[in-house]
Structure formats: C-alpha cells, structure tokens
Design a protein around this ligand. Structure first.
Ligand SMILES: [Fe+2]
Ligand SMILES: [Fe+2]
Length: 269
C-alpha cells in the first residue's frame, strides 16, 4: 500500500532537496494558477496562461528527460506507467497548441480550457498517488535528493512552450532542449512585454511573438527531435515532413522583426 506524496511531510519525502518535495511544490503552485484562471478573460487570462506555461512545460520536460527513464529502469511496469503520463503531457501540448490558434471570442475556447485543466489535474494525481510513491519505495533518500538536483537543473533550462511534435522521450527531447528553450524564452520575454507595452508597440511585439512561435514549430519538426518516442504516445499518428523553407523564413523573420522591435523600444524609451 502506497501513501500519496500529497499526504507526506517534507521529511518523509526525503528532505528539501528531494525531487518529490520539488514536485509537490510545483503541483501546489499549479493548482493555485488553475484557480486563478477560472473566470478570467482577455489580457488577464493571457497573463495567467503564460504563468501556467512557464511552470508546466519546463516541469514536464524535466520529468520526461530525467525522471521517467529512471522509473523505467527501477520499476518492472515502469514502461507502462510512464507511457500513461507521457500521453497526458502530449495531450497538454496538443491542447495548448490548439488554444493558441483560437481567438479570444471563439466559442471553442471554454471547452479546450476545461479539458486542459482536467488533464493537468489528472497528471498531478497520477504522479502524486501512483508513480512517485512507487519510485520512493525503490530508491534511497539520497537518490531522491540527487534526482531532485538533476531535475531542477534541467527544469531551469528547458523549453517553456507547447511542442507537440517533439518526442516525449530521449534522445529526441534532449536534442530539442537548447534551440527550443532559446526561442521559447525569447517569446516569453516578448509576451510579458506585450502585457505592459504602450499601445503603438503592441502590434510589433505580437508580430515578433508569432515569428518566434513559427520558428520554434518549424525547428521541432527536425527528424532528430522525434527520435526515441513510443508511437502510441500521440493521438494523431505521423508528423508532417520538415518544412525547410518555412524554418529559414521564420528564423529570418524573427531576427528582422526583433531588430525592428528593439529600435521601436529605443525610440519609445
Ligand atoms: Fe509533476
Ligand atoms: Fe507531469
């Protein structure tokens, strides 16, 4: 019989460095953000969603590249257990990508947001009630602490946006980490600036953000970033071929528009 991570103290979970304590802390933050999300619209909703993305995507990315490979090694049914959470992560990536393509007034938005919060809740419950207590039974307190430090290191440099095409397993996701993280974190800075920028800058910043999004979605289609995946992770089989033309144009556009935005910021500042 296992005790949920939610019902254990910091000491029982392996102390402040333990990966289980760090996981639980992020899950509590996520619950608070989901509460804040309810009933928001427009700019307020965009701000809370940005906070959710910046918490959830690096968190899940570090799980997929550091924790799930260990689960597969130490648990006889680790493959099955991690596949289930990889499918949940994949659905979150697909739902956020869909949400980003919907206008503020779209009637579909409420359903997509509802399903997104449902899958995020399920993922937390699966990890806290099933996966982590079983990992805890198999590894030492010291190993939980080492995993905590490794997970934290990866989380701090991981991509911060939805990437539904990238593999949910190494080596694909590890290769994807650096280029996608640079593009995502640039886009985060631009999207944060949009929330407080003077009106005349907002359209320019939106163009920068959308060029960075296009560049990252083109980069994630590189075949090497899809290696290692279990094919049953994603609901839609197969992926489009790598669009070299779009990638080159999107990266060039991101650079040009970024330079234009910088000039505009200097003129206004
Ligand atoms: Fe988690
Ligand atoms: Fe997760």
């Amino acid at each position: 019989m296992y005790t949920s991570v939610a019902d254990q103290t910091t000491d029982q979970l392996g102390g402040p460095l333990s990966v289980l304590v760090r996981q639980k802390r992020d899950h509590v933050k996520l619950n608070a953000l989901i509460e804040r999300l309810r009933g928001t619209t427009g700019e307020d909703q965009a701000g809370v969603l940005l906070d959710i993305y910046r918490l959830v995507f690096p968190h899940a990315f570090a799980e997929e590249s550091v924790l799930w490979p260990v689960m597969r090694r130490v648990l006889p049914d680790g493959g099955e257990l991690t596949l289930e959470v990889e499918r949940e992560h994949q659905e979150v990536n697909e739902l956020v990508t869909k949400l980003e393509g919907l206008d503020d007034g779209s009637p579909e938005r409420a359903d997509v947001l509802g399903r997104l919060t449902e899958v995020l809740d399920d993922d937390v419950r699966d990890e806290e009630d099933a996966l982590f207590p079983r990992l805890q039974a198999r590894v030492s307190r010291r190993e939980l602490q080492v995993l905590g430090v490794l997970w934290e290191l990866v989380r701090r440099v991981a991509p911060t946006r939805a990437h539904p095409v990238v593999a949910r397993r190494p080596p694909g996701n590890v290769v994807a980490a650096l280029p996608l993280s640079v593009l995502d974190r640039g886009r985060d800075a631009v999207d944060l600036a949009i929330l407080s920028a003077p009106g005349n800058l907002v359209p320019v910043l939106h163009r920068v953000s959308s060029a960075l999004a296009k560049a990252s979605h083109a980069v994630e289609l590189l075949p090497i970033m899809r290696t290692g995946e279990d094919p049953s992770t994603r609901s839609v089989a197969g992926t489009p071929p790598f669009p070299w033309g779009t990638a080159v144009l999107a990266i060039a556009a991101a650079g040009l528009i970024g330079a234009e935005a910088l000039r505009a910021v200097r003129r206004n500042g």
